[in-house]
Design a protein around this ligand. Structure first.
Ligand code: ZN
Length: 504
């Protein structure tokens, strides 16, 4: 191999190792770390992020990139290089040019502040005390603005943040997509609300946690999540993290009185895990072994959670097994009744517990607030009232306290402004992929009904997972579905599904 290229791979490999080491500390913080360890943990992470930043922005990487012909106009470098190396250079050039725009002090301050503010947020949520969290949120909004501006978006810093999660999807594009989506969701919600409510009382009966955990682990393994290269732990806010090529961890939370919540969290996170466990060995250990965008990542988790995991074929296979595990809780419940219950549509307070129809409205609310907070048209002081007003307007729900309002999600405390839109984009990508998958796999429903998930997983591996960052999100969408991202596939999917369930 070209000496320059070999050196660049070595430098990138070291950056991956450092990044994964920092991720281990983050994972530990969210799972096992004692509460009082937060201060030193924030220093550990600030130090590691500083070291990583030094390496990622070293002049040597810049020199090697230009020696290989990788520049702003030609990020993929010398056209004579093998395709995988050109993809490597294109991705590295993108990261390098973004990282070098961020001052080192901003990177370490951001790392330090987000560790502390996540810990304060936990306490604030517990006590439903926004005032406790407010100064930290204000600081993170300010730091996030600085990040967006440093990326070169001084006029519209929120666009700079969005670009981190979904390259090429700024506010203008999202305004259009979410505007259309909102109209369609409100119409569908209107039709559903005119129909009788479905029965779902049995979902809040007590389901012992050990039994929930055993069932969830079985489902995760059945759909293909490899526990030999991962593990499942408990946390306050479920997430997936990759700590090494063969170490992709998922997390969940269980509640005895909310059986569906824990199970669907596990299926969701296992969907992320399947993506991370499915990269081609050719890109192992390099920056290409990563999700191409958070929208595509969410398309995978939400596909397994909702499109497969909340489908009738899936439960025609699993319901008898679940009933065996919980005979007294489900004695008076039939398969179709259970299917309708896990898909019941009810405008509610909490995003992570919401159904597929109202979920998008929760995201549109957060998108609107983020845009205004980062854009400077909404103050942190006024944010809880703005949240409550938007809940009323979009979902018709009154927010009783900040714990079930603005304090419900960890994302802002973690510095993840710009992330929320990925969830809704994931639903749209997922439905569009699914429409193509159904054409390619005519036996899909009967496979799922027999507990055979390898055809659908194989399809996703072949078309999406193995490439990692080798393809941009827009390119994957075009290649897999033959067209750009469109909301209509998701809206058609929802209409067909809920017409059956609610009979309109
Ligand atoms: Zn997710």
């Amino acid at each position: 191999m070209n000496q320059h290229l070999k050196r660049l791979h070595d430098l990138d490999g070291e950056c991956r190792l450092l990044a994964h080491t920092a991720d281990i500390l983050n994972w530990d913080q969210e799972t096992y770390m004692p509460e009082k360890a937060v201060e030193e943990r924030s220093e550990q992470l600030a130090l590691l992020q500083g070291l990583l930043h030094d390496r990622q922005t070293s002049a040597e990487i810049g020199d090697l990139l230009s020696a290989l012909g990788s520049t702003q106009g030609t990020p993929a470098g010398d056209p004579g290089l093998p395709p995988v190396e050109r993809d490597f250079l294109r991705a590295l050039w993108r990261d390098y040019s973004k990282n070098t725009k961020l001052p080192r002090d901003l990177v370490t301050e951001f790392a330090r502040e987000t560790v502390v503010s996540q810990s304060v947020w936990q306490e604030a949520r517990k006590r439903s005390d926004f005032a406790l969290f407010k100064p930290h949120l204000a600081r993170i909004v300010e730091l996030s603005r600085q990040v967006g501006a440093a990326y070169g978006f001084a006029d519209r810093p929120y666009d700079g943040l969005l670009d981190d999660y979904e390259p090429g999807n700024g506010q203008e594009k999202l305004d259009a997509v979410f505007g259309a989506l909102r109209t369609d969701l409100v119409v569908l919600l209107g039709k559903i609300s005119s129909r009788p409510r479905v029965r779902d009382d049995f979902l809040s009966r007590p389901f012992p946690i050990a039994g929930q955990d055993a069932f969830a682990r079985r489902v995760a393994a059945d759909i293909g999540y490899d526990f030999g290269r991962g593990r499942l732990d408990l946390t306050a806010h479920p997430f997936t993290t990759t700590l090494g090529s063969d170490d992709v961890r998922i997390t969940t939370r269980y509640d005895e009185r909310a059986m569906a919540g824990g199970l669907f969290s596990v299926i969701h996170e296992a969907g992320h895990g399947l993506y991370e466990q499915g990269f081609d060995p050719e890109i192992r250990g390099s920056l290409l072994a990563d999700g191409t965008s958070m929208g595509i990542h969410e398309s995978q988790s939400r596909f397994w959670e909702n499109v497969i995991g909340r489908s009738l074929p899936f439960w025609s296979h699993y319901f008898p097994i679940l009933k065996d595990a919980f005979p007294s809780q489900l004695a008076d419940v039939g398969l179709e009744e259970f299917y309708r219950a896990i898909n019941a549509v009810t405008p509610s307070l909490i995003r992570t517990e919401s159904d597929e129809v109202t979920y998008g409205l929760h995201i549109i609310l957060r998108y609107r607030l983020e845009k205004e907070l980062i854009g400077g048209t909404l103050s942190v002081e006024d944010a809880p009232a703005a949240w409550n007003a938007a809940m009323r307007e979009l979902l018709g729900v009154e927010v009783p306290d900040d714990a079930s309002g603005i304090l419900q999600d960890v994302h802002w405390a973690g510095g993840l402004f710009g992330y929320f839109p990925s969830y809704a984009l994931g639903n749209l990508y997922g439905a569009q992929f699914y429409a193509t998958m159904r054409r390619d796999l005519p036996a899909l429903d009967s496979d799922v009904a027999s507990g055979r998930f390898s055809p659908s997983l194989g399809w996703l591996r072949d078309r999406i997972h193995r490439f990692g960052r080798r393809c941009e999100p827009g390119e994957i969408c075009e290649r897999v579905t033959g067209g750009p991202l469109e909301a209509r596939f998701f809206v058609d999917y929802l209409n067909a599904k809920y017409r059956d369930i609610y009979g309109f």
